[in-house]
Each structure stands twice: as C-alpha cells, then as structure tokens.
Write a protein that binds this ligand. Sequence first.
Ligand SMILES: [Zn+2]
Length: 267
Amino acid sequence: MRRYSGALINRSHADRQFLLAPGMARRHSLLASMLPEIENLLILQDRDQRIRSYRTELAAVPAERKTREKLIADSAARLDASKRRLREIEVERKRLELEATAKREQIVRYKLQQMQTRKNEEYAAFNHEIAAAEKLIAGIEDRQLDLMGETEALAPATAASEQTHASEKLRYESQIADLEAKKTTLETGLADLESTRDPLTTPIDPDLLDRYERLFKSKNGVVVVPLENDVCTGCHMKVPMQVGLEVRGEKAIVHCPNCGRMLHLPA
Ligand SMILES: [Zn+2]
C-alpha cells in the first residue's frame, strides 16, 4: 500500500512535469506530423483518462475502508461473544453451586425430620423426598461438569483470539491509514489534473470538443485511437480501404464507421 502511494506521488509528480513547458514541448515534437486537432485531442484524452482513473480509484476508497472496518468489527464481535459466554458460564456455575448447596441443606433437614417421625408413612415419604433431592443434585453436578468442560475449551481459545484480534486490528488500522493517505494523494493529484484541464480544451473547436466529450463517456474513455493495418484499435474491426486512405491523408478527423471513434495514424 505504501509503495502504491509512492507510485501515485510519482505519477502526480509526472503530471506536474507534464504541465510544464519542457514536457509540452517534448510531446509536441513527438506528434509533430499529426493533424493538430488529433494532437490536441490526444493530449486532452490523456488528461481525461488520468482524471477518470483517479476518480475511479478515489471512488473505491470508501468500500476498501469499509471492508477493513468490517473485518475489525467482526473479529471484535467474535471475541466479545466468547467473553460473554465465559461470563455466562461463570454466572451459571455459581447459580448451580447455590442450588446444589440448598438441596444438600434440604436433605439434612429431611433427615432430621425423618429421625423425629414415628409414622412409617412419613418416614417413607422423607425417603422419597431425599431420593428426589439427591437426583436433582446429581443432575446439577452433571451440568457443572459440562460447564467446566466448556470453560476449559473456551478460555484458551478466547485468549488466543484476543491476541489475534489485537494484531489484526493493528494491521487493518494501518491499512486504513494507508488508504487515507492514498485518498489525500489522489485528491491532490485529481485537483491538479482538473484545475489545469481547461487550457487543454482551448485550442479545440467547440463542436469537435462536444463530440469528443460525448464519445469519452460512451466509449469508456477511449475516443482517439490509432488505426493499425486498417484495423481500428478501439473496436478491432477492419475499416474500408477508403477510410484508411482518409486517415493517412490527415486532412480531417476520420471516424471509425463501426464504433464512431476518431482514428489517427500510429506514432
Ligand atoms: Zn472502431
């Protein structure tokens, strides 16, 4: 990510260089033999493609940020759930312990009362009550064992996921910081590119500019394309011979009869 930001800064730097006179001069000399309209449109198209790619990258930043925020939140939620379960188990174990103690005390009381009775029926009834209470205690003890087992498994897992969560949180937060830095770089670069776009349109005829701008939107940012071996490199269709001749003549803007893009000779 950091390397990427660096690359962006370089690109933005290159853009600034491009705005300077020497860059322009170099570009002009490269395109010296071209139809001036095509040459101006190519310069504008290059700018517009950069603006478009900056905008696309900027538009992707919030989703990229959200993805990482969700990863942090999900891992925090998983950790919280484990901790909550451990607390629940603790509460439940205490409650069961109290319940077992109460039952044991009840058995002691039954036994005392049983010793005091002289009626066989009552004696048997106490036996019945004591057996029922002992059965309940056995059930409670089983449940306590289950909960202890659950704690033994969950406690180390929770400790491990606490560590994982801490390190992943750091990692994602650092990625989010990188994204923010990338966003700032992109915004600065985009502002540079946009604020200096107008002068590039000045030498272009308004009707031609309008045609170009409509095509830029409808043709995915690729309007002025080289004709190579009579094939339009925009739509990859072979153009009629006459069209090839017109392009080579460099007298006027020639559109591809298939896709409508503007054709120029390869540099
Ligand atoms: Zn075409």
